[in-house]
Design a protein. Sequence first.
Length: 148
Amino acid sequence: MADGENGFKIFNITNPSTPILLSSIDTPGYAKKVCIESSLAYISDSAAGIQIVDISNIYNPYVISSVNTGWAESVIIDQNIAYVAAGKNGLVILNVNDPLHPLTIGALDTSGFAYDLTIVNNIIYVADGDNLQNIDITNPSSPVFRFY
């Protein structure tokens, strides 16, 4: 769970009415959202960008790498590509095939303040305060606005 200034927390929710804290890790920014892929947690950490955390041992999570995206409001992973709603920096796209060495492979200025996103097929929808931006990500390194 992203817990703002308190970082990232892992809970046992076997009994949802009484969650049990298993572990936590402080992050350098303000943890906003988390996307789990396999044994990794990708945390959008506001001004600290993206934190990639190994959660293979849920009792001892640790940061394995981070990416300065300028800002990070939200992150989603699709086929080893991380899509980041990066505030005034719009959409930032990372190749996380090697999570120890993530690479920025694309970006697109969305004109507003990108704060959330979702993917349907090869279109990423970015909520950016001005509009809902429709962006074709067929080629993640060259995202293109789609207009309907």
